[in-house]
Design a protein around this ligand. Structure first.
Ligand SMILES: C[S@@+](CC[C@H](N)C(=O)[O-])C[C@H]1O[C@@H](n2cnc3c(N)ncnc32)[C@H](O)[C@@H]1O
Length: 442
């Protein structure tokens, strides 16, 4: 740093012959150049620039355990050394920016979409309580799932797990009890396989579609297009209800903007597919109550891994959030709520829960049964990652994380690891973070 200001010495003499100190900007510029040498990781296998928390480091560790033959992490210089199928690792890894000196597929996706999570169709709709796709990717790598594997998410919501599996070329089954979740998961899946020409609409077509949807006259022979326009419309209405920021664009303007966004996502993800010769795999989406999973005999011992996240007790009004959609589709919300974990008010309680408030007791009873059903659906040595968070209701902590871990062990799982992931910018103050519980079926 000794050269600060010295380089342009001549220009920096004042008219009185006194020495002019370098300006604030010059100092910052010189410092930042110097600083980059220390901070920007250098090397062939460096951390992703998005890695910020200790949990990220733990995820990287897990991921490399699954993806490599040998690895070593150097957290100070933010790089890793590894041995294995470098090309495969480069296409799969979610925490490294470069591998073998080349940009990873994940980094390319992040750069192309400008976001670490809102890529492909993950951002189709703001479904509450969504997974971070990056975590799903990490877990698929951790579990060493190859392209013949089969993954299940029985609380699939808007289909983050199934969509990410499809993008990675892995088959999956997703279930959810809400019709809205099922529509969204199906859409994310179908859009990966649709012909681009099906998304060709003129401006006037789109203006007409908004009118038709509004008047409940919207019809289309292609079910994907039919549902896509509805999903975009529901999102538009919801965005309008939440903020007046969009008033100037008008509903139709916002609808068109959202449609173009999806079309652009299609273009970008297809470019990625082409560039890296990816093979997407379709997901099977089913509307199903997890408590009835065992009715589907064909699923017994069928899955290599389950990656899932049940509702957190009382954290979000998931069903109410989609009221606009349910009113439109004529879905009875009460019926959905009567099957929804954490929303039930009455039912048979077994003795062990007698001292709990009824709603919490029913939630835990259902959660326990859900975990038993997951155990049943997994192959021997099948892997489970279950993401849960504790919530605080009326200043009382609902200890779902440790209860879930206990239920997993009671169901017969071998507990492997728990990673706490702080949700730094979470809007819902009742949730401070979430934990990923990793288990294996013996
Ligand atoms: C935390 S969210 C999962 C969100 C999902 N990971 C995503 O990325 O969209 C929990 C999900 O469990 C679903 N659910 C609640 N009760 C259920 C039940 N009895 N059977 C199946 N799914 C249920 C809810 O509809 C909700 O979508």
């Amino acid at each position: 740093m000794k050269n600060v200001g010295a380089k342009n010495n001549k220009e920096q003499m004042t008219m009185f012959g006194t020495y002019e100190f370098p300006s604030f900007e010059e100092i910052i510029e010189t410092y930042s150049k110097e600083f980059t040498n220390y901070v920007t990781p250098k090397g062939d296998t460096v951390f992703g620039f998005w890695m910020q928390t200790l949990a990220d480091l733990e995820f990287l560790d897990l991921e490399l355990e699954g993806l490599t033959e040998e690895y070593k992490i150097d957290p100070v210089n933010r790089k890793a050394t590894l041995k294995g199928d470098i090309e495969f690792i480069r296409l799969r890894v979610a925490h490294l920016e470069k591998v073998g000196g080349k940009t990873t597929l994940y980094t390319d996706i992040v750069d192309t979409f400008g976001d670490t999570n809102a890529y492909a169709f993950h951002n189709l709709y703001p479904y509450k309580g969504k997974f971070y796709p990056r975590i799903v990717r990490t877990l698929i790598n951790t579990f060493e799932l190859k392209n013949n594997a089969l993954v299940l998410d029985p609380f699939n919501g808007s289909g983050t797990a199934t969509h990410e599996a499809s993008l990675m070329g892995i088959r999956s089954v997703g279930m959810d009890v809400t019709p809205m979740g099922v529509v969204l998961s199906e859409l994310k899946n179908a859009l990966l396989f649709i012909d681009e020409r099906k998304l060709d609409f003129h401006l006037q077509d789109l203006i007409d579609i908004v009118q038709e949807v509004e008047n409940k006259k919207w019809k289309h022979h292609n079910p994907v297009i039919y549902k896509l326009m509805l999903a975009i419309y529901f999102d538009t209405i919801d965005a309008f209800a939440r903020t007046s920021r969009y008033n100037r664009k008008g509903k139709t303007g916002l609808f068109i903007e959202k449609f173009n966004y999806i079309k652009n996502c299609y273009k970008k993800i297809m470019e990625m597919k082409e560039k890296y010769s990816l093979k997407f795999e379709p997901a099977k989406i089913i509307e199903k109550d997890i408590l009835e999973l065992k009715n589907m005999e064909e699923f017994e011992g069928k899955f290599d891994a389950v990656i899932t996240s049940p509702p957190y007790y009382f954290s979000i009004d998931y069903v109410g959030k989609d009221k606009i959609a349910y009113d439109y589709l004529g879905v009875e919300m009460k019926k959905v709520e009567s099957k929804y974990l954490g929303m039930k008010n009455n039912g048979q309680l077994s003795r062990e829960y007698k001292n709990f408030p009824i709603r919490v007791a029913l939630y835990y009873q259902d959660l326990k049964k859900s975990i038993e059903n997951i155990f049943w659906a997994l192959k021997p040595q099948g892997k489970l990652a279950i993401i849960v968070g504790d919530s605080t209701v009326y200043s009382k902590k609902i200890p779902t994380t440790m209860t879930t871990k206990k239920f997993c062990e009671e169901a017969g799982f071998k507990f492997k690891k728990l990673i706490f992931n702080p949700l730094l910018g979470a809007r819902n103050r009742a949730i401070r973070g979430e934990s990923i519980i990793i288990c294996e079926k013996p």
